[in-house]
Design a protein around this ligand. Structure first.
Ligand code: HEC
Length: 512
């Protein structure tokens, strides 16, 4: 029962300008003392998902889907009340966006979003999911036994090569391809391929040109490092003999005393498991360090964009980090920002008492935050204290930070918390696209999302009827409010990219 609509993307297969790796250098990592939190939770080693809130979505030993909070507590994630199908025992969780994930259960696939498990409007056999990758366009790529799929604005489409399904993919990552153009890398049949985007609907697929020697034993894992203001993204690949780095122009190859086993990444961080050790790569510092002080043989299970990893030792899940960096709500690593006004908050664990917290945009003016104005979160965020970067009205309503003066392009938001005289520095790189605000088009950007997520009810008798552009335009203000407040879709919320698309379309004058 596949609801994807066949081939929509044209794809061309050509060869890379055969660039071979020339040197084999030792990796020479430095080290850090890992800050550890042992959860006492017995969780399965199935793939899991960690996010900016500091926790993650895991599968427990009974097959339930649980949200683990930064303090090590957990809550079971329930099926949304309007779902027709109840999830069965779960066996894996993969990222679909900065805060939502794909959950495979014995009764089909679900999307975990805003505290619910939601039945998506499309289905694929759940046991076939192997991996996902997120690209800068808000597209989630899903590797499945039956082929490669793109999930964009709620609609699933198969990505085929010369009309054939791309079966047998073993790893995938979003990273720069030849000439640093954005794209997707995937490993298949022991070889490595890059699909570069050449236009909205066209990709060019190339073989990496790496020799059979270099790729001997196959590609065990791929990770993309999100781009930043002054560096493009990076691709890291592991084989059982080495680590490979591609920067969009050239390859490098690094050796370690032990064979790499597993690599995972989020935002600007990558984590590597090799021998008895776990290593962390910081894309801002461009260096690897070994996590010291861990119990033996940790297995990487999930990593987040704030530099945390979740590892399993025996059946225990442990969160590890180099330091507890401030987290940010309202922005994520590598985000595309279209709004000139954003409500941004930074959070620190309540157990941490900073002597100061400040933030800068592109390192320009330093804004000191008033530490007496922090508010402690509720529910899953009860152990975090939040500070609004824009301050708050007397009424308590948070004020936005204005990006109105930013030029279109890459920028860096830096939040620095000083704790015990130590600066904890969090950098978020984002691409500002303010100039595009006016050009959100219903036909191009909204129509398909509506068919995928609204038509089930609003084309079958529920008022307002939402089928034509005129009907959408007439109800634009109601629609924006309903999706922003997560009241609609009634069968489970949209992801943040979908909400942003609708709100931008309405703010831009509900253009056809
Ligand atoms: C599972 C069914 C279902 C889906 C899917 C759904 N809706 Fe609705 N919607 C309803 C029902 C039922 C009502 C009327 C009762 C109510 O307000 O809850 C409604 C009401 C509305 C209203 C008017 C009332 C209000 O709450 O403002 C808007 C606007 C709306 N929906 C927008 C959307 C949009 C946009 C989508 C897709 C992104 C969507 N809905 C998806 C069932 C659905």
């Amino acid at each position: 029962m596949r609801s994807s609509r066949g081939l929509v993307l044209s794809v061309v297969l050509v060869l890379f300008g055969c660039e071979e790796v020339t040197t084999l250098e030792p990796l020479n990592p430095d080290s850090f003392d890992a800050v550890q939190l042992t959860t006492m939770l017995e969780l399965s080693a199935a793939p899991a998902f960690a996010d900016e809130r500091g926790g993650g979505v895991f599968v427990d030993l009974a097959g339930r889907v649980v949200r683990v909070r930064p303090n090590g507590d957990r809550g079971v994630i329930e099926a949304h009340p309007s779902n027709q199908i109840l999830p069965g025992p779960a066996f894996g969780v993969w990222a679909l966006g900065p805060s939502n994930s794909l959950v495979a259960t014995s009764r089909g696939l679900f999307v975990a979003d805003q505290g619910w498990l939601i039945t998506p409007p499309w289905q694929l056999p759940a046991e076939g999911v192997k991996a996902t990758a997120l690209d800068g366009d808000g597209v989630a790529w899903i590797v499945h036994d039956t082929g490669l799929f793109r999930l964009e604005r709620g609609a699933l489409k198969e990505f085929k090569l010369a009309d054939a399904s791309l079966t047998g993919i073993t790893a995938i990552a979003s990273a720069p391809t030849l000439d640093a153009s954005p794209g997707i890398w995937f490993a298949r049949d022991g070889k490595l391929f890059a699909a570069s985007k050449t236009s909205v609907t066209e990709y060019r697929v190339r073989d990496s040109g790496l020799s059979n020697d270099t790729l001997a034993g196959g590609v065990l894992g791929l990770v993309g490092i999100a781009p930043a203001k002054d560096s493009g993204g990076e691709l890291w690949a592991i084989t059982n003999r080495s680590l490979l780095l591609y920067t969009g122009t050239s390859w490098r190859e690094y050796t370690l005393p032990f064979s790499p086993r597993r690599i995972m990444g989020a935002g600007r961080y990558a984590w590597l498991e090799a021998g008895d050790a776990v290593y962390r790569y910081d894309g801002d510092r461009r260096s690897w360090s070994e996590a010291k002080g861990l119990a033996s043989s940790p297995t990487l299970v999930a990593v987040d964009a704030a530099g945390n990893a979740w590892v399993r030792v025996d059946t225990q899940m442990i969160s590890i980090a180099a330091s507890n960096l401030p987290r940010v709500r309202g922005l994520y690593q590598g985000a595309r920002v279209f709004d000139g006004q954003l409500v941004l908050e930074t959070s620190l664990p309540v157990s941490v008492t900073p002597s100061s917290v400040n933030w800068t945009l592109d390192g320009v003016t330093v804004h000191e935050l008033d530490l007496t104005k922090g508010t402690v979160g509720a529910g899953p965020t009860a152990d975090l204290r939040f500070f609004s970067l824009g301050g708050a009205e007397v009424s308590g309503v948070l004020k936005p930070v204005s990006f109105a003066t930013l030029e279109d392009g890459w920028h860096t938001l830096t939040v620095t918390a000083t704790v015990d005289d130590q600066p904890l520095v969090r950098k978020l790189h984002f691409e500002f696209r303010g100039a595009e605000n006016s050009v959100v088009s219903w036909d191009r950007d909204i129509r398909e999302l509506g068919v995928a997520r609204c038509s089930k009810c609003h084309a079958t008798g529920t008022t307002p009827e939402l089928i034509t552009y005129d009907q959408w335009r007439t109800n634009a203000a109601l629609i924006a409010a309903a999706v922003r407040e997560s009241r609609m879709p009634a069968d489970g919320p949209l992801d943040s990219a979908g909400i942003a698309a609708i709100v931008r379309w309405v703010n831009g004058g509900a253009q056809p």
